[in-house]
Design a protein around this ligand. Sequence first.
Ligand code: B12
Length: 304
Amino acid sequence: MDEQKIQTIVNSVLRELGETAIAPGQITAVEPAAAPGSNSVEVEAGNGADKAPLEDLSLEKFIRWNGIRTAVNDSVNSDMIGQTRARVCQGRAGPRPRTISLLRFIADHSRSKDTVVKEVSAEWLAAHDLWEVQSRAADKGEYLTRPDLGRQLSEAGRKTIAERCKKSPQVQVVVSDGLSTDAVTHNLEEIIPPLLKGLENAGFDVGTTFFLRYGRVKAQDEIGQLLQAQANLLLIGERPGLGQSESLSCYCVYQPGEATVESDRMVIANIHQGGTPPVEAAAVIVDLTRKMLEQKASGLKLKR
Ligand code: B12
C-alpha cells in the first residue's frame, strides 16, 4: 500500500472521529530507511521492507537504538545510549511509542515470560553432572501460584538428598531454576567450575552439588538443616526484567535452619555476562564464604 492510500484511510478515520482540520500528507509521512551502519534502525520503512525477514530484536543495534530524531544536542543522547542498556532515548510517534520501541518491548516481555515457564531439561542436567530433586510444587504452574511450596522439599527430595549428599560439609552448593531457566543454562558452565575450585583451593570441605527444581530461596534453610552444612550457597534464577532474562543470584547463609531469618541471608545478584560476569562472581562468593566461616556469621551479623 503506498503512502497516498494510507493517508486517505487515515483521513477518513479522522473525519469519522469528528476531526475537521486535517493537514494533507503530514500524518503518515513514511521516512526512508536509515543508512547502513546507523544506529537508527527503521522497521517503519515502506517499499517492500515488510517482506524482508524480521531481524532479531535482541541485537545490540536495537538495544542501543536512538529513537530521538530532533535532539538539540544528539551527542548527549548517543553518549547516554552508549553507557546503559536501559530503555533510554526511545522517542515517540505522537503520543505513542515508536514501532521499533514497541516491538522490542513486546519481544523482551516474551523472552522474560519464556524463561519463567521453560524447564531445565533432564538432558541438560545429565550433561552437566547434576542430579535433581524437587520442591513440593508439583509443576511450574503450581510453583508460580504457590511460592510456599517452592520453599519446602518434597518427601522424595528429602530422602534423595539424605541418601546422596555428603553430611556436615563446610560448604553446600545448590543450583535451582527459580524464576529463570536461562539464568541456569546460560551461566552455570562459567560459574560452577571456578566456584568449586575456588572453595577447594581455599581449603573448604565442599558437599555434593545438586539441582533443586521449582525452588524458592528459603528452601536453602531446609537443605542446610538436613545436611548440617556450615554454609549454604544457593545459585538460583532471578525474576527476569525487561531486557534481562538470564540473571542469576547466589544467596548465602551461615548455618541455615529453622531459626534462619531474612536478615541472616545475603545475596550476590545480577550475575550474567552483562552484569557481574560469572567468573568474577565466583571469586566474590568464595571470598564471602571465607568471611562467613571465619566469623561464623552471615547477613547483618557479618562484618564486611
Ligand atoms: C522480588 C525482589 C524482592 C521482593 C521479594 C518478595 C518475593 N517473595 O519475591 C521484595 C520486594 C520483598 C524485596 C525486598 C528486598 N529486596 Co529485593 N529483590 C527482588 C528482585 C527483583 C528479584 C529477586 C528474585 O528473583 N529472587 C529469586 C526468587 C526465586 O526468590 P524467592 O524465593 O521467590 O523470593 C525471595 C528472594 O527474592 C529474597 N530477596 C529479595 N530481595 C532480597 C534482598 C536481600 C538482601 C536478600 C538477602 C534476599 C532477598 O526474598 C524472597 C523471600 O524469601 C531482586 C532483583 C534481582 N536482580 O535479583 C531484588 C534484590 C535482590 N533486592 C534487593 C534489596 C536491597 C532488597 C531489600 C533489602 C530492600 C529493602 N531496603 O527493604 C529487601 C530485603 C528483603 C529480604 N528478603 O531480606 C537487592 C539486593 C542488593 C544486594 N546485592 O544486596 C536486589 C538485587 C535489587 C537491587 N538491584 O538492588 N525484594
